[in-house]
Ligand binder design. Sequence first.
Ligand code: ZN
Length: 311
Amino acid sequence: MNYLGLDLGGTSIKGAVVTEAGEILREASRLTHAERGATAVVGEIAALMYQLAQGDRFAGVGLGCPGTVDDESGEVLYSCNLNWTNFDLRGALEKRTGYRVRLVNDANAAALGEALAGAAKGAHSAVILTLGTGVGGGVVIGGKLLVGYTGAASELGHMVIEADGLPCACGRRGCLEAYASATALVRMTKEAMAAHPESRMHSISADLGGVDGRVAFAAKAAGDAAGGAVVDAYVRYLAIGVTNVVNLFFPEVVAFSGGVANQGEALLAPLREQVRRASYGSAYAKKHVRLVPCTLGYRAGMIGAALLAKT
Ligand SMILES: [Zn+2]
């Protein structure tokens, strides 16, 4: 029997029929139309489920959703992308489709997918970090997501790495997200460009059509000192966060996704070096913790949601 994994976003709903081994058989998507309200969105989800079923019955259905979701109660406690508060999504979907859908935060769903069927397949434990607009993540130990009480755990981007540091989007100061997101990398790049009119970052960003997370890495690769300093500072901050993650969970794998992770070894090689040097019991950590790129892309969330329904 196959499982259905759904990835509910503010813009679109993606769904995939997934085998027990985590392979996708077919996928489809629909627009969410969040502005039409929760009942309409439930209708879109049900329509996508019907479309993907092709007359078959799923062994289970899992759904990843942005915000705080409680798989115990079946409620979406808070989702600013969908504008929902305490919405009984499981109840509404069960009434409509007959399926008792498992719920999971979307970043956690992606982490579970990468842990069970992607970058960390076969590993005992994994932490997934997404370096995008913000810094998200998920922790999977022994095949199970660490969700905490009412599903709010694993906010890895909001661990404080600098007391009274830079303001974070969450309203606090000094969070990893304020230093290690793509947004933070762009900010640091712009600051360095303003201070260094001679830097190659100016011509590189003109070629790329603007300043993004690639500019400083490309400048460093071309031997530019100011670009190199930006990358080094970025990696140093990220390494503090990753070292904390290693010391807290001692996972077999830490896997990276999101725009900045596309830099591959240019990011991971110096990061490994710093994390290993700083990790507690570092000789042991050096042998056991692998820092690798994620492999499933946007499909990670659907696969993770489907595999959650299997448990
Ligand atoms: Zn924060």
